[in-house]
Design a protein around this ligand. Structure first.
Ligand code: HEC
Length: 274
């Protein structure tokens, strides 16, 4: 056996396969872009709107052990005010003495107003592939949809808010876990991708403004809506880090960091992802 030829042949095959993969990537990306275009032309065709509707019903219905609705929940603009609230989150809430993103705030309201068990709500908060988004996520989708067309306007100037953004940035940049990955390993360069997936440069305001406002989003490949907390949970899992708990400081810090980069960008939620 001529090992030199075997090696060169092998390398040539690998090169051929990877250029084929690139060609296929481009085809797939074009097809997905066409699909997105079609959905954009008919915004009512985004399946996430069904979840936003379900979320609206859940927001208004008396539920939980205390049998009250979430209409007394203060998302930052006063009890029950939904319009534009998402666009100003995350923010510091004096009643909870914490910075919260939309899902963390809903978790808090479901616990304190409706009497739901926090432990139950955070046990399995995100749907598996093909499963519909859970109730908290559907409500978050509804809340986000009520800022659709607005700009991210989180102030993030309260000392606790600034602290959370700084913590988020530190987690984003810090390599850790068994693979020694940071978020920046995959998300701090333009034009990167893994297999078919574009990897946005999330520390760059221009790129962040394009994508952060699209969450929660209907994800075509898993046929359900994913919230930002779910997206972060999955990326954390890709890093083989411990499970990212819904509503944890780490999750809110990352969300706050991403929003701090996206401020001024459009909110186009619910969005649509590959
Ligand atoms: C191993 C690589 C990898 C690491 C590390 C990683 N991600 Fe991701 N991330 C991805 C991939 C792949 C996607 C796209 C998934 C898809 O298309 O469904 C993605 C998507 C995202 C998105 C959505 C982008 C969009 O297009 O809307 C956000 C936000 C995000 N990641 C945040 C993070 C954060 C924060 C961290 C660190 C906690 C992180 N990621 C770590 C691979 C990674």
């Amino acid at each position: 056996m001529n090992w030199g030829r075997w090696l060169i042949g092998g390398l040539a095959a690998v090169a051929a396969v990877s250029s084929l993969a690139v060609a296929q990537d481009d085809e797939t990306e074009k097809a997905i872009e066409r699909y997105r275009q079609m959905l954009r032309q008919d915004p009512w065709s985004n399946p996430a709107l069904l979840d936003a509707d379900r979320g609206e019903d859940l927001w208004k219905a008396p539920r939980g052990p205390k049998n009250v609705s979430l209409e007394r929940c203060d998302l930052g603009k006063g009890p029950g005010v939904v319009d534009g609230a998402f666009g100003e989150l995350p923010r510091y809430f004096a009643d909870a003495k914490k910075v919260m993103d939309v899902e963390t705030r809903l978790l808090w309201c479901m616990e304190t107003l409706q009497g739901f068990s926090r432990a139950e709500l955070i046990k399995r908060p995100h749907p598996a592939g093909g499963q519909p988004i859970r109730e908290l996520g559907a409500i978050a989708t509804y809340i986000a949809s009520k800022s659709n067309g607005m700009k991210f306007a989180a102030k993030l100037d309260h000392p606790s808010e600034r602290e959370m953004v700084a913590l988020g940035e530190a987690i984003f940049m810090r390599r850790s876990g068994p693979f020694d990955f940071s978020c920046a390993t995959c998300h701090a360069e333009s034009g990167r991708r893994i297999r078919l997936q574009g990897l946005p440069f999330l520390s760059d305001p221009e790129a962040a403004r394009k994508v952060v406002g699209e969450w929660p989003a209907y994800r075509v490949s898993s046929t359900h809506v994913m919230t930002m907390q779910h997206r972060l949970y999955d990326c954390y899992w890709q890093m083989r880090m411990p499970e990212l708990e819904l509503g944890s400081d780490a999750s809110v810090a990352l969300a706050a960091y991403l929003v701090s980069k996206a401020v001024g960008g459009d909110i186009a939620a619910p969005g649509l992802k590959r």
